[in-house]
Design a protein around this ligand. Structure first.
Ligand SMILES: [Cu+2]
Length: 368
């Protein structure tokens, strides 16, 4: 069996899930999972009618092996890579990062393994954090088996764009390069491999969040708001900050996703809800890098949020909404609070029901 290329495995998503079941993989959300667009296109009604008798909550039984993965869904929410910080002779802050492309098999749902291409052995790659105007110097080593790049969404010169044929272009296995630029504009951004074929390189797992905090001294008219969003200032500690990278996995290589998630692990935040304090303001950096599907979305239950598209403004671009959609590479910042709310579990998920039932669903658990 060739893993890549044009010989698509003749296995629909529904077949895959059946196979998974007969093989002992337990996914209690069969009813939901089976009602995929594959199923709807074929004998869908039959499937839906059969499925309609099972009203169990979608989810997985068992847990992925976090130790083997080398990361877990909870820490992916909160871990930042601030780089190694020093000061250049001109006073500018220098942040040096190291990223290696590594082939690694990861477990994306209990018993479901995906042969990922990763940045620093995790999917998504490290959440890079810096401050507007900092000098970014990123050493990229390709320890993988295919040529790769890192393409940043941000302002930089042509030669630092990380695309084939420009600057260093594609970095071959065993080779390395330096990407260097000043961090602009402030906001919630991302980086990803831009090697060809792009679709394959992205869906294999080569992407991550890239957050540039505003520098208050550059925004005197918004100084307090800038300090609240800048990790170096105590005002930012009023916020509980999280990162979610919405992604999908094509586990049978048919050009369509079998699993969806925020931060890779299907249903991770159903199995282990995200605990948030009722009195703390929440700030969520949300990035969509889902391949094969044109859009993804975020919806929260029982509450509304303000949204900053691309995170590049101090004033919300959408106020008091409970659903936003993002095309691939679109991203933004959500701010919300459960102050004075009843304690308990509040669901969040993609409002493409199919994505939700195939893994992109979770809970915030509001606690004292
Ligand atoms: Cu690549």
């Amino acid at each position: 069996m060739k893993i890549f290329g044009n010989n698509k495995m003749n296995l629909s998503r529904r077949d895959f899930l059946k196979t998974a079941f007969s093989g002992g993989l337990a996914i209690s959300g069969l009813a939901g999972a089976a009602a995929t667009k594959d199923a709807l296109a074929g004998q869908g009604m039959d499937t839906m009618q059969q499925g309609s008798h099972d009203h169990g909550m979608p989810g997985t039984v068992g847990m992925v092996d976090n130790a083997a993965n080398g990361f877990d869904a909870q820490s992916l929410l909160y871990e930042w890579d601030y780089g190694e910080v020093s000061e250049l002779p001109n006073g500018q802050i220098l942040r040096e990062y190291n990223i290696a492309a590594v082939d690694k098999e990861i477990e994306i749902a209990p018993g479901v393994f995906f042969p990922a291409w990763t940045y620093n052995s995790r999917v998504p790659g490290p959440s890079l954090r810096c401050v507007e105007g900092d000098r970014i110097r990123l050493r990229f080593i390709n320890a993988g088996s295919h040529p790769h790049t890192i393409h940043f969404h941000g302002i930089h010169s042509a030669s630092m764009d990380g695309v084939p044929g420009v600057g260093a272009g594609e970095i071959n296995p065993g080779e390395e390069t330096i990407y260097e630029f000043d961090a602009f504009p402030f906001g919630c951004h991302l980086y990803h491999c831009h090697a060809n074929p792009l679709k394959r390189h992205i869906h294999k797992g080569l992407y991550g969040a890239f957050v540039i905090d505003p520098d208050p001294s550059l925004h005197p008219e918004y100084e307090i708001l800038a300090r609240q969003r800048n990790h170096q200032f105590p005002e930012s500690e009023e916020y509980n900050e999280m990162v979610m990278v919405m992604n999908g996995f094509d586990t049978n290589f048919d050009g369509d996703n079998e699993f969806y998630a925020a931060n890779t692990i299907a249903f991770a935040y159903m199995n282990e809800p995200i605990q948030i304090k009722r009195d703390q303001i929440q700030r969520l950096y949300l990035v969509n890098i889902t391949e094969f599907d044109p859009i993804n979305s975020f919806h929260v239950h029982g509450n509304f949020f303000d949204y900053y598209d691309h995170g590049t403004t101090f004033q919300p671009t959408l106020k008091t909404v409970d659903t936003i959609m993002q095309c691939q590479a679109q991203r933004g910042i959500l701010e919300f609070s459960f102050k004075d709310f009843e304690l308990g579990r509040y669901m969040f998920h993609a409002h493409q029901s199919e994505f939700a039932e195939l893994g992109w669903m979770g809970f915030f658990e509001v606690v004292e």
